[in-house]
Design a protein around this ligand. Structure first.
Ligand code: PLP
Length: 493
């Protein structure tokens, strides 16, 4: 009886739900967007994990909570989260907030659909194709294929899988037992997802040949050729070269045109990981950094990094237009991709992916592109380069700041040398002590909440800062603050 009554009325209070949403949106706008983008507010409100756990009262309980309490919880979540849209957040390869992209993300969330079939996502199926085509055109391909994937790492893994299938189609059914030992080539500076991909796909990390880089962090094509010959002599089958356009730390661009020559000579699939640097293709002034990218077989490009669409937006693009992606991944599930559909099944693109449900990632980019036009996006890219140039020049003028490398892209890598270490380069413990400076400054800035920037060691270089500006809301004042603050936080070390 109780069950019967339960069915008579809906189990969701729509009016209360709408009221909650309105208030939650208001909080989001005030606490997240307005305060988040305000330079006078903190970038982060640092708490130790134990303290944060106490504040947030995270345990899930048997009973529900009143709306006001839930709204307080929303406020707390925003308050104690890092504001990646803050003009002094320089920590990641993504930052900033584009209002149109955010609207796209919210509408996508609201519609809560999956990109796999035309019947459930008609608008987004058509839209994804238009956006991918535009990205392919910027690469220089008139035709091709592609999809939006859950990030650059996955796009790189897609590339490996498609390349393997292209060379050894039997592998899909028979597995790695049916094919020779495969060899992957990538530079020492590549993103770690290449390593993960080799492990994930059963290729094995031991079968990655790391190609040497020059002093700028760019792959040396002659060494690539050497490593390919070495792999052949070790009875491995070279099938995949990954060239990086915009390496994660130094922002180096591998010489794709020369690498393409080597790949053509040895008939090896060329993938370009342009997850970071791909957006330079939008700039007439800087697109030369990717010269030769049109010769790649596949490209990974993350608009969620430099273009500020918000996570995630990563395109995996393919030069092939023969349906390779579909053949490589299809499983033909008849409950989803019925063969007797009432519309053209060619619009059901979901079976060309490794996923089932797939988030809509094209809309935020599409809406932002519509709002800014290609020219507007180009200006953003050019501005990011100009900001980095400004900072690099400032660094050269300031005592105690030392560039690790002259920036070619928008990765600004530098050491801050505190007064106590200046002129002590010859001391035996100099590097050891210098390596401790960046982590200590980082701790101080986070506890103060004034800004965020990342640091890392690289090869034989001890910890240095890597600063990145992609956010067009950043002003020269923010950049001056950035250098001043490093000095303020580090001068007594
Ligand atoms: C060069 C490069 N490739 C791939 C990736 C991975 O991208 P995602 O974080 O979207 O997986 C990154 C991330 O920083 C990167 O710098």
């Amino acid at each position: 009886m109780a069950e019967h009554n339960a069915l008579l009325c809906p189990a969701l209070d729509k009016v209360a739900g709408e009221e909650f949403l309105q208030k939650a949106f208001q909080i989001m706008l005030e606490e997240g967007v307005r305060k988040g983008m305000d330079a006078s507010e903190k970038v982060c409100d640092w708490k130790e994990p134990e303290e944060l756990q106490q504040i947030l009262d995270l345990d899930l309980k048997d009973g529900g909570e009143p709306q006001e309490r839930l709204l307080d919880r929303c406020r707390d979540v925003i308050r104690y989260s890092v504001k990646t849209c803050h003009p002094r957040f320089f920590n990641q390869l993504f930052s900033g907030l584009d209002p149109h992209a955010l609207a796209g993300r919210l509408i996508t969330e609201m519609l809560n659909t999956s990109q796999y079939t035309y019947e459930i996502a008609p608008v987004f199926v058509l839209m994804e194709e238009v956006v991918l085509k535009k990205l392919r055109e910027l690469i220089g391909w008139e035709e091709g294929d592609g999809l939006f994937s859950p990030g650059g790492s996955i796009s790189n893994m897609y590339a490996m899988n498609v390349a393997r299938y292209h060379r050894f189609p039997d592998c899909k059914q028979k597995g790695n037992w049916a094919i020779p030992k495969l060899a992957v080539f990538t530079s020492q500076e590549c993103h770690y997802s290449i390593q993960k991909g080799a492990a994930f796909l059963g290729i094995g990390t031991d079968n990655i040949y790391l190609v040497a880089v020059d002093e700028k962090g760019k792959m040396i094509p002659a060494d690539l050729e050497k490593k390919i010959n070495q792999a052949k002599s070790e009875r491995a089958f070279p099938f995949f070269v990954n060239a990086t356009c915009g390496t994660t730390v130094l922002g180096a661009f591998d010489p794709v045109a020369e690498i393409a020559e080597v790949c053509a000579r040895h008939k090896i699939w060329l993938h370009v990981d342009a997850a970071w640097g791909g957006s330079a293709l939008l700039s007439q002034r800087h697109r030369h950094l990717l010269n030769g990218v049109e010769r790649a077989d596949s490209v990974a490009w993350n608009p969620h990094k430099m273009l500020m669409t918000g996570l995630q937006c990563s395109a995996f693009l393919l030069r092939d237009n023969s349906g390779l992606l579909q053949r490589c991944h299809c499983a033909e599930a008849t409950y989803l991709f019925q063969t007797d559909k009432f519309y053209n099944r060619a619009y059901d693109r979901g079976d060309q992916t490794i996923q089932c449900g797939r988030k809509v990632d094209c809309f935020k980019l599409w809406l932002m592109w519509k709002a800014n036009g290609t020219r507007g996006l180009e200006q953003r890219v050019d501005r990011a380069f100009a900001m980095t140039r400004y900072l690099a020049d400032e660094i050269k003028k300031r005592e105690g700041f030392q560039l690790v490398i002259e920036p070619e892209f928008i990765n600004l890598c530098f050491w801050y040398v505190p007064p106590s270490l200046r002129g002590k380069e010859g001391c035996t413990d100099y590097c050891l002590r210098l390596g401790k400076v960046a982590p200590m400054i980082k701790e101080r800035m986070m506890k103060k909440g004034s800004m965020m920037v990342s640091y890392q060691p690289l090869g034989n270089r001890v910890n240095f800062f890597r600063q990145v500006v992609t956010n067009p809301a950043v002003t020269r004042e923010d950049l001056d603050f950035f250098l001043d603050e490093i000095e303020r936080l580090g001068r007594d070390l």
